[in-house]
Design a protein around this ligand. Sequence first.
Ligand code: NAD
Length: 320
Amino acid sequence: MAKHSIVLISGDGIGPEVTRATCRVLEAAGLSVEWVELPAGATALEQGFDNVLPERTLAAVKAHKVALKGPVTTPIGKGFTSVNVQLRKKLNLYAAVRPVRNLPGIKTRFDGIDMVIVRENTEGLYSGIENEVVPGVVTSLKVASEVACTRIARYAFRYATRRGRKKITVFHKANIMKMSDGMFLNSARRIHEDEYPNIDYEETIIDAGCMKMVQNPERTDVLLMENLYGDVVSDLAAGLVGGLGVVPGSNIGDDAAIFEAVHGSAPDIAGKGVANPLALIMSGVMMLNHIHEEPIAKKIKSAYDAVLTEGATLTRDLGG
Ligand code: NAD
């Protein structure tokens, strides 16, 4: 088997614990890998770098194209742009993909959930363009470009096709934001009609969509939406299946991809040996699929499903 070289950003807080556990699992399941370890976040500053995202770390992700990343702490009020925002912008990681499903042995209010949220990761209200028009009045610009709307729509349909998904639902508010959300919607509609007519397609105004999603989450398949909606809806979806500790994530671009859990660096439990590594292990499984190591991915998925079903060795956040 070819040896992969993958950038490993351990991160801060519980990051080193959960990344260490994940690397052990990936290797024990048969992944042949050389980890290229580099810092980011508070750890980078402690090591003497002058940015939370050192140039060397960014260059390594560009060169190796794949990274596994633990959560990082962005120091508040010190003028640093968040590591995650920098990575997404500088590497053009335009698609955030979060699969959300019920896990065996984890009791929640809902059953039968198996959805994927595809979020546009580069523009919308996260463009950070804000102005003070006059004292006491500020604006925050929502940016939508046809290129980015089309790119994320095509990604979502391609993903749905590859993963055997049946339906894409776009959450939008084009009844109010006729131009920006209108463009998002038109781009998705065009990709559906011109390139992927075989995938079912529907459009739902986001407020009603959220209600339906909670009433009948088992009917939701792939959700496609712009940046802010995706941020909010993916945490809502995580809540349906047991919280951020059991939801993996990935940030994908044409030239690089970063796999990371959704949760943060959890400074309250760092170093206590109680952090749950599952979300990062699940992100590692997404990474294995991305690098075409599907048999190893399957092996790990069945292993954690078995551990959860057995229920004897759960971490505290899952009731253990
Ligand atoms: P958090 O996700 O770190 O913690 C929220 C709660 O969930 C805490 O009680 C924590 O103990 C618990 N928790 C989180 N992950 C857990 C795990 N794997 N196992 C068991 N319990 C877990 O959110 P926060 O406290 O708002 O943020 C802490 C820091 O993380 C902040 O500096 C924030 O900026 C950063 N953050 C980083 C990322 C990232 O790098 N991807 C994402 C979110 C937050």
